[in-house]
Ligand binder design. Structure first.
Ligand code: AMP
Length: 366
């Protein structure tokens, strides 16, 4: 059985590495010939909008999935009738537009930020009046890792943000002075079975995820987040892995966004859970039974950004695993990650602090 993956980044690469032991084959489609996935699997090199090459992917594969949520949905429609696409294009389309995402959260009674869509300077003034300052102005589409957004605290910053971002549809939302950020990741299989991982506690800097620890957080938040995720999985009759990210403020969850795919905050599951998020995504989309999402120990995942440390230095530490995505170093680029698995939360946190002191001294974890 061959899985087609549109997008050949590190997420695709880790999907392939999880699927090979199950006897599955992979074929990627990406714009660049030197992507992380292209180093471990065959690749069709083409634009994401090239209908002929997408159709070729569909004809050579049994199921198609994606590793990036900004693939043009209309282009993927060429696959309809040729090859199943999992998760569905409906879920992908919702996740591509922050306004559709907010409406979905509201419809499913998942608490989210107060927000207003903004298509003109007048609407922005109105949105700021209604939602208040401080707030965050975000592009509705194509934003990731903090790109396409501006924090606004004063009327002058409202104007600056408008000048910077105002050429495309936007959304203005309240700024949440959160206590922490968490994410919940789960999979739904083709028979409707659902498996949910322990809650992940995430630290971002400049909009980029830096550290995840799991399992983390009180049982009450875990069950609430799992309830919200189950609602979204059932709503779409979703097949595959879905992630929702939340702010935590005064013990309450406030949904920030969802990702219709495996997620950076779930990388710890490779070594830290019975079945990784990558394997469960592959199992779900190929109709295999889902694996257990139980954590084995206490994990911390640290993103390696801009520069990779010497391999030997990292691996000399007990319990540390390295994942090098095979990318050219560039400032701000996610080049790999490392995961530390410990037997207690305390040992994990102490180990993670030692690693951070070496790898990213600007990042502190509570
Ligand atoms: P996003 O691209 O929406 O996931 O935003 C990236 C990161 O920016 C989030 O994980 C937060 O750390 C921060 N952020 C985004 N929106 C807000 C908000 N409304 N209030 C506070 N922080 C935010």
């Amino acid at each position: 059985m061959t899985i087609g993956v549109v997008g050949g980044g590190q997420l695709g690469r880790m999907l392939a590495l999880a699927g090979y032991p199950l006897g599955l084959d992979f074929l990627f489609l990406d714009r660049s010939p030197s992507t992380p996935a292209g180093q471990v699997a065959p690749l069709i090199c083409s634009e994401f909008t090239d209908a002929a090459r997408l159709a070729e992917l569909g004809s050579r594969c049994d199921v198609v999935t994606f590793d990036w949520e900004n693939i043009p949905v209309d282009a993927l429609r060429v696959l309809t009738g040729r090859c199943p696409v999992r998760p569905s294009l409906a879920a992908l389309a919702t996740a591509q537009d922050r306004a559709s995402e907010k409406r979905l959260f509201e419809r499913l009674h998942i608490p989210t930020t107060r927000w207003h869509s903004v298509e003109s300077r007048r609407e922005l003034t109105l949105a700021v009046q209604r939602v208040g300052l401080p707030g965050v102005l975000k592009t509705r589409r194509l934003g990731y890792d903090g790109k396409g957004q501006a924090l606004v605290r004063t009327p002058e910053e409202v104007e600056e943000a408008w000048v910077r971002l105002g050429s495309v549809p936007l959304l203005y939302e309240e700024y949440v002075p959160f206590d922490s950020e968490v994410s919940i990741i789960g999979a739904r299989g083709q028979r409707g079975e659902i498996a949910i991982y322990p809650l992940c506690l995430n630290v971002h800097a400049q909009g980029i995820l830096r550290v995840t620890r799991a399992p983390c957080g009180p049982v009450r938040l875990q069950s609430l987040a799992a309830r919200y995720l189950r609602g979204a999985l059932r709503h779409f009759r979703y097949v595959g892995v879905l992630t929702i990210e939340f702010f935590v403020r005064s013990g309450r969850l406030i949904a920030n966004e969802m990702a219709p795919r495996v997620h950076n905050s779930g990388h710890w599951t490779i070594e830290g859970a019975v079945t990784s998020q990558f394997e469960n995504h592959v199992r779900a989309i190929t109709g295999l039974p889902l694996g257990s999402t139980r954590a084995c120990g206490h994990s911390a995942m640290i993103n390696l950004i801009g520069k990779l440390p010497p391999r030997a230095q990292l691996l000399a530490r007990p319990g540390v695993h390295l994942h090098d995505y095979g990318k050219e170093p560039r400032p701000g680029r996610k080049l790999g990650h490392c995961t530390l698995v410990a037997t207690t939360a305390r040992a994990r946190d102490a180990g993670a602090r030692r690693l951070l002191a070496e790898l990213a001294p600007d990042i502190r974890i509570p």
